[in-house]
Design a protein around this ligand. Structure first.
Ligand code: UDP
Ligand code: MG
Length: 319
């Protein structure tokens, strides 16, 4: 019998009781559309819901063999719930999406076609956004892509389709401050993207919220870039150089003109010089801290795509 690829849809849920049935209806429709090409199953990660989500999922899981679920002991947050889903994932392809219908279930068909054509990582590039605070998102992406290294200039979140090989590599990243799109980029070769408009939430309000997004933005900037700290050192160096130039000017005014105010020149010069040196020292200390952070992240030094004619040490099967 022909092996058809198994897609496991990973769905983190926190208080989504009203959204689960409409979501499943849409995903089942996609499953029907793909029924000759792929097998679809669902992996719900219940992230400490307290609104009946847990009970509903238990019921659904009892009635349907294509639904698997994991109950976390309490609420850990979106990123840890996804990390849990990837840990327990067991299929050929992982599809990640939010459970509030903001990520269009129908896009799975397009993503799967891209996978069939050889793409290992397919992400939903965000087109139009229909949520509030759009300007902030644009500002964040602008800043991130200007400062961070190794990130593709694609605006994507967690809605993506990953080949098993990419999930295996993602599982090797043990860091705790997790900016998911950054980790996906780090673990992937070329990334295929499909432009998809992000819908408004089907029911309820955002569980992550503005503060959560702000904290994620800081995680993204700090864990994928040490440029801000380098900027501090450069500013310190520039301030020190400027203060030396200013000292020359002030001393010249004192020697060659009658305009000098007693004490002002020496006071200004020493203040500018001292603050420049302080900034420079902070930058140098920051550089060490950035490197310590890099070491504790424990990211693998390299990630192998395929090996030829020798055994792959990182995977159980040979490519
Ligand atoms: N979520 C979760 N744990 C949380 C917060 C959110 O598992 O602590 C889930 C939530 O149920 C949804 C997805 O993560 O399926 C995205 O959450 P939300 O819609 O609040 O994020 P936003 O779209 O506002 O960024
Ligand atoms: Mg949402």
């Amino acid at each position: 019998m022909k092996h058809i690829p198994h897609i496991e849809i990973i769905l983190p849920v926190f208080n989504e009781v009203e959204n689960i049935q409409p979501l499943l209806r849409e995903l089942d429709r996609v499953g029907l559309e793909l029924k000759d090409e792929a097998k679809l199953t669902y992996l719900f990660i219940n992230d400490g819901s307290a609104d009946g989500t847990k009970e509903l999922l238990h019921r659904l899981h009892r009635d349907r063999s294509d639904i698997r679920m994991i109950d976390l002991i309490h609420n850990f947050g979106h990123a840890p719930a996804i990390a849990c889903g990837l840990e327990y994932f067991d299929a050929d392809i992982a599809a990640l999406m939010d459970a509030d219908l903001q990520d269009s279930p129908q896009s799975l068909v397009q993503m799967f076609q891209a996978w069939k054509q050889g793409a290992k990582t397919v992400v939903a590039q965000r087109g139009k956004r229909s949520e509030k605070g759009r300007m902030l998102f644009h500002a964040f992406y602008f800043l991130l892509h200007k400062t961070a290294t190794h990130l593709p200039s694609i605006d994507f979140g967690t809605h993506c389709l990953l080949d098993r090989s990419v999930v295996d590599r993602l599982r090797r990243l043990p860091e705790r401050n997790r900016y998911f799109p950054g980790l996906v980029s780090y673990s992937s070769g070329p990334i295929a993207s499909i432009r998809i408009d992000r819908n408004a939430r089907f029911h309820g309000h955002s569980r992550v919220g503005l503060l959560g997004l702000l904290s994620l933005a800081i995680t993204a900037l700090v864990s994928f870039s040490s440029r801000p700290v380098r900027l501090v050192a450069i500013m310190g160096l520039l301030a020190s150089i400027c203060s030396i130039t200013a000292a020359v000017v002030f001393v010249s005014i004192k020697i060659f003109t009658e305009k000098a105010i007693p004490g002002w020149a020496s006071l200004m010069t020493s203040m500018a010089f001292a603050s420049g040196i302080q900034l420079l020292c902070l930058g140098i200390i920051g550089e060490y801290i950035a490197r310590i952070y890099d070491e504790v992240k424990q990211r693998p030094l390299f990630l192998v795509d395929r090996v030829f004619n020798l055994k792959d040490k990182t995977r159980s099967e040979v490519a």
